[in-house]
Design a binder for this molecule. Structure first.
Ligand code: HEM
Length: 403
């Protein structure tokens, strides 16, 4: 992390946020003066950081920016760990189209909707326990962490007693720059060995879960997933499925607690909750940038030509604050439905596969919390809320609340 001045070039990436709720001020300056800027990534590799809404959308959706090229030997990297070509996020069409179509056939809106009663009852149980324990409580272990990890484990058919170990592995995999590469690779192989065993168990005795359904696609479908694609899909779903949502619940609640009139607007009218969830995703996203892409040919972004072979990072957090796209972007407004055009779930072919599930969890978690704890307030000043650093996904690590 760094606080290098914004006019130094290349800028040292990633940037430090001044507080849990504020994006790094570099983004505003860069959008205004240098929306395609040189950065040096933690690996030491060079990349261009793109910060304006239009160009970010182009990088995410234009086939000339490749994800697959980041998995080639010697390709530029953000951290030191290599990308895996068998990961859905690291594929280009037609491989991406095939794998995404197969998983989308099973990970359907209907499967997500069927989880609603279970997400609601798990939220109720957690909030019952919080009420029994009495104030003050840390909302991260009380709600933000256990809810998403339970939901993703149940969706995939992963036994719940493994969740602490899974959370540890996945936290390490996402650490990006804060841990040694050997530790990250060890966590990856821990997850792979564990999920490989679970896949074998589902093959022998299928359950009514997403992983069993994916195993059956692997066994029977003409287009089939190969063994490695199946394993990496399981790893990606498990990691992507809880870290992001945990941080988004905590970030979102902190944003509401520090904007009492917005808290009140959501509490007064539960009909506002879906719009509030979108606005919180825009205002306090759990990750600043999308994954790295590489230009396959020269591409013009605004006034800059991105040369063939250049690594490009698209800043979702910056695009979400672009005043050319959003009215008063630095104001939190839970009633403005136009905020839903945020890019927090990405854009284009890699648009978040779990967005529907994440939205459902956020609506239930935040809606139920505000209904049951209408006098909820921060138990420490907002500036003192501890947060993670040096990770791809970030948020507050503890959120003390009272009521
Ligand atoms: C607030 C919660 C979440 C956020 C902010 C989020 C954000 C994102 C973003 C930005 C991308 C695209 C990255 C890129 O293009 O470089 C993505 C992709 C993905 N997400 Fe999420 N995600 C969330 C929750 C989830 C959940 C709950 C799941 C699974 C259950 C999930 C599974 C995936 C998968 C599999 C991809 C890869 C899609 C592809 O490459 O086609 N995410 N997510």
């Amino acid at each position: 992390m760094t606080d290098t001045p914004v006019d130094s070039s290349p800028l040292t990436y990633p940037f430090e946020r001044p507080s849990a709720l504020e994006p790094c001020p570099h983004y505003k300056r860069l959008r205004e003066t240098k929306p395609v800027a040189d950065i040096r990534m933690p690996s030491g590799d060079h990349a261009l950081l793109v910060t304006d809404y239009e160009s970010v959308r182009t990088v995410l959706s234009d086939a000339r920016f490749s994800r697959a090229a980041t998995a080639r030997p010697g390709a530029p990297r953000i951290g030191t760990e290599p990308q895996n070509a068998k990961n859905l996020l690291s594929m280009d069409p037609p491989q991406h189209t095939r794998v995404r179509r197969l998983v989308s056939r099973e990970f359907t809106a209907r499967r997500v909707a069927a989880l609603r009663p279970r997400i609601q009852s798990r939220t109720d149980e957690l909030l019952d326990a919080m009420k029994r324990a009495g104030p003050p409580t840390d909302l991260v272990p009380a709600l933000a962490f256990p809810l998403p990890v339970t939901v993703i484990c149940e969706l995939l058919g992963v036994p719940l007693d493994e969740r602490e170990q899974i959370a540890e592995w996945s936290g390490t995999v996402l650490s990006t720059v804060s841990l040694p590469v050997e530790q990250i690779i060890a966590a990856h192989s821990g997850l792979a060995t564990y999920l490989g065993g679970l896949i074998a168990a589902k093959r022998a005795k299928p359950g009514d879960d997403l992983l069993s359904a994916l195993v059956s696609i692997h066994e029977t479908d003409a287009e089939r997933l190969d063994e490695e694609e199946l394993l990496h899909l399981a790893i990606t779903l498990l990691i992507a499925g809880h870290e992001t949502t945990t941080n988004q619940i905590a970030n979102g609640v902190l944003a509401l607690l520090t904007h009492p009139e917005q808290f009140e607007a959501v509490r007064r009218d539960p009909g506002v909750i879906p719009a509030a969830v979108e606005e919180l995703l825009r205002f306090v996203p759990p990750g600043d940038e999308a994954t790295l892409r590489i230009a396959l040919e020269d591409v013009k972004l605004g006034d800059t030509v991105v040369p063939t072979g250049t690594a490009v990072l698209a800043s979702l957090a910056s695009a979400n604050r672009d005043a050319r796209h959003f009215t008063e972007p630095d104001t939190l407004d839970v009633t403005d439905t136009a905020r839903a055009q945020h890019l927090t779930f990405g854009y284009g072919i890699h648009y978040c596969l779990g967005a529907g599930l994440a939205r459902l969890e956020l609506e239930i978690a935040i809606g139920t919390l505000l209904r049951r704890f209408p006098t909820l307030r921060p138990a420490v000043p907002a500036g003192e809320v501890p947060r993670s650093s040096g990770r791809l996904i970030h948020g507050v690590t503890s959120l003390p609340v009272a009521w």
